[in-house]
Design a protein around this ligand. Structure first.
Ligand SMILES: Nc1ncnc2c1ncn2[C@@H]1O[C@H](COP(=O)(O)OP(=O)(O)OP(=O)(O)O)[C@@H](O)[C@H]1O
Length: 399
């Protein structure tokens, strides 16, 4: 006997009422794309759950991959048999003995096929008794069992499932539209991307770099961060913006206390243009209140002035330690702390204004003409696609 299915349970999607179909369709696409290199397996969607038909494939590595798909609450290996007592007993015995580290168990039967002659509660006892009689070293624990053996007797057959393996939760990526993530090489913006994806938003990224002040390795770091994020969704397109000329001009003509604010406003203007061209309806940053100079209320007010797009700031109220915890959990932390310079750190003034006045920023900007440089910068944006299936060497080849 062997497991033929992986059962996928929906998380929050189950609550989404009339829109449920949109969410489950998206989830099915995302699961299919995650396993597309294993053509023999099939992904089947039902109203309240999804199955992966294994067709002889080992379930463990597939479960491991699917755990990072948003919209999945939990996964279990499953065996399907006819609604027939002997077959169910044999399958349950296999499931119990196959599970690792299990000493105590509990049987939970759910009978939706009312033609099956034994009631759920009664069947728990029948099956529990059978398992105890045919094994050694196991006991039943109805309160805190090592394993809850679920038996679902449905019209289309009986499913016996192994332990529940918790997955990423959230909503399927792509079910809540798209955002343009301002992705630096720091700790915060990848976490912002991850949290936005968790709410079902598909992410494209924009990265500003300033060669030769920032190196190819700094750019590689951003590609590596994006690749890490693809684990939770689709491939990610990165719009790489050559920012050197604009930054140099800002540095030359804007009083230093204000150059950081103006630089951020330039980033917003460029990001908005890219989003508009790509049909993306929002921007996302890794800002959180009170961390550094550009992240005060006054600063955000001044920076936000140049865009009408919603700017999502998923980290806005988070403490730095909590942000670091998430970045460690999603394996972006070690990449983020690689010591390569970012365009903002290269040109950062000694004492940026923590409370920039909007009127002053406008006055300084209006005294100069940035339009040609902005247009030139936009013309030279390069798009790099970080594919979720790509191998390490393929990334190196991108550089
Ligand atoms: N070079 C860059 N390219 C793209 N976005 C950037 C860049 N630098 C900064 N940003 C965006 O501006 C936000 C604020 O940047 P800042 O350097 O003030 O903060 P941070 O807390 O160090 O953020 P991070 O850790 O994400 O770099 C970043 O989270 C990111 O969204």
């Amino acid at each position: 006997m062997h497991y033929e299915y992986i059962l996928i349970r929906y998380g929050e999607i189950a609550l989404k009422g009339k829109n449920r179909k949109i969410f489950t369709q998206k989830l099915q696409e995302n699961v299919q794309s995650k396993v597309k290199d294993i053509p023999s397996i099939k992904v089947k969607r039902q109203r309240d759950r999804m199955y992966i038909l294994l067709n002889g494939q080992d379930p463990e590595p597939i479960i491991e991959r699917c755990r990072t798909i948003f919209g999945i609450h939990s996964l279990s290996k499953a065996i399907k048999v006819d609604n027939e007592e002997e077959q169910i007993k044999k399958a349950a015995l296999f499931a119990l003995q196959e599970a690792q580290g299990v000493k105590t168990f509990k049987v939970t039967t759910k009978r939706t096929d009312k033609e099956f002659p034994v009631r759920s509660q009664q069947f728990n006892q029948v099956l529990g008794g059978y398992l105890l009689k045919n094994t050694e070293g196991y006991t039943v624990d109805v309160h805190q069992p090592d394993m809850e053996l679920r038996v679902e007797i449905r019209q289309d057959g009986t499913y016996i499932t192994s332990q529940k393996i918790l997955a990423a939760g959230g909503l399927p990526v792509g079910s809540s539209g798209k955002t343009l993530l301002l992705l630096s090489g720091g700790i915060d913006s990848p976490v912002a991307g991850y949290l936005t994806m968790k709410r079902g938003v598909q992410v494209e990224a924009v990265h500003f770099h300033s060669p030769p002040f920032t190196s190819e390795r700094a750019k590689q770091k951003v590609f590596d961060l994006a690749r890490q994020l693809t684990k939770y969704g689709h491939s990610i397109r990165i719009h790489v913006v050559p920012f050197t000329k604009l930054q140099q001009k800002v540095h030359q003509v804007i009083p230093h206390g204000y150059s950081m604010t103006v630089m951020r406003r330039m980033m917003m203007r460029i990001s908005e243009q890219i989003a508009s061209k790509e049909g993306i309806l929002s921007l996302t940053t890794g800002e959180s209140l009170g961390q550094v100079a550009s992240q005060t209320m006054e600063s955000m007010h001044a920076i936000n002035e140049v865009t009408n797009y919603p700017v999502l700031r998923p980290l806005i109220t988070m403490d730095k330690e909590d942000i670091i915890d998430v970045s460690q959990k999603i394996d972006t932390y070690d990449i983020s702390i690689r010591p390569y310079e970012d365009c903002c750190t290269v040109f950062v003034p000694d004492a940026p204004k923590t409370m920039p006045r909007k009127e002053k920023v406008n006055q300084f900007e209006q005294a100069e003409d940035f339009s040609d440089l902005l247009a030139e910068t936009l013309e030279n944006v390069e798009i790099v696609t970080i594919d979720s299936q790509a191998k390490e060497e393929e990334f190196d080849a991108l550089l």
